[in-house]
Write a protein that binds this ligand. Sequence first.
Ligand code: UD1
Ligand code: CA
Length: 477
Amino acid sequence: MPRKQTKAAPPVAATTAATNAPLSIVILAAGQGKRMQSDIPKVLQPLAGMPMLAHLLGLAARLTPASIHVVYGHGGERVRELFDDGRLRWSLQSKQLGTGDALRQAMPEIPDAHQVLVLYGDVPLLLADTLRGLIAHSSVRSVALLTARLVDASGYGRVVRDARGRLQRIVEECDANARQRLIHEVSTGVMVASARLLKAWLARLKPRNAQHEYYLTDIVGMAVQQKLRIATVEATDAAEVQGVNDRLQLALAEAEYRRRRARQLMANGVTLIDPARIDLRGPITVGRDVLLDVNVVLEGPVVLADGVRIGPNCVLRNVAVGARTVLFANCVLQDAQIGSDCQIGPFTRMRPSVRIADGVHLGNFVEIKNSDIGAGSKVNHLSYVGDSQVGSAVNVGAGSITCNYDGANKWRTEIGDGAFIGSGAMLVAPVKIGNGATIGAGSTITENAPADKLTLARSRQVTLEQWQRPRKHPPKS
Ligand code: UD1
Ligand code: CA
């Protein structure tokens, strides 16, 4: 039987292009994931900051099927609570008796006339185009199976063929003999078959194997015995089909995800100083000629406009950055909107709800929280601005602090346009500084300061003419 290669097929609506039958997708997610050594169900282990199951649900949704079913089990209530949106269909597998038994739980919900795409909850990096290719090769009379050639096939079910290359069956590693273990062609477990055939095959599964489980993969041998034509579609990218069974494979999947996102960014005109030293999670939208230096972590949603430059070791979560803004090294920013042509950092920290207008400079060890900073303002060194409304063209001197918390409540500070806050000022909120006001360095401001005036609140400097330094007593003899 000729092996068919994956081809990108046009988007499939609620039917499978090859068969015109409605498509149902079943995600097997009930396994315990023992090899993870974790209290968290395996499908909730985070990959790129999202539970593994979220990746599969996103993938399934992209195929716009008639229905999506999740088989849950171990710790499954948590899984269901997290993802139950009223549209997913849930089937409980109360005992983890194998992948065949898992699929059996969902089948009563699926009409015989549907084609069923089976996905494994621990194979999270599959691409929609690969699945479209598999669906395009499926038929109502048989099985289409996604396979791969792996340099290291250990742990996977092997594809056993006869001398003429015809598929015979899938053998799980623990049931395989020494010869079969040398086979590099593996089953990914991902398959498409008609619901009618699947129901008949699943009813006949026997747990006669080393693990005493009902193997879904045994249906391939059953189809062969019925002389049905089985299409194998080989995934062109082996990394795409890797299963995640333990922490090492989780880290490998994370690395693959990172590589994939890095490649996408570079294709969109982003310079990555080192594509291997970057972490990208969640939705990220990037303009042209953006530069990301090493060890940048972007947790989406992140939007970087044209010409943004981000220095080493910056962490951005839910941040939008305007055109040409530069972030110097070691900035940690969360829930912030930053305008264009700003200079931020090094070592600037933004905590939730920050809005920075255009042309703002924020410098070393400056922390901004729940504040708006107006256009062209500067907070350059060692300051804390919290719960504040800062106008445009304001200059906040080194070491100034908005004292926003009285130990019980938070209060707001307002600083008008063009104000100049001298170094080391303490602005004790609630307080307003008028437009164009100047606050003398070292002042502790507890009342509103009027516009365009110098306000000082510090004791006057004195010099004591008669004062002498104490001297040491002479030693007693
Ligand atoms: C399975 C395949 C193997 C394939 C490999 C690809 C079988 C018998 N073996 O092996 O051929 O090469 O995946 O990654 O199918 N699950 C349940 N209920 C169960 C058991 C498993 O829902 O009772 C779910 C798990 O949550 C997991 C998936 O099925 O998402 C696969 O189970 P796992 O035990 O990891 O199978 P593998 O040994 O990796
Ligand atoms: Ca697995």
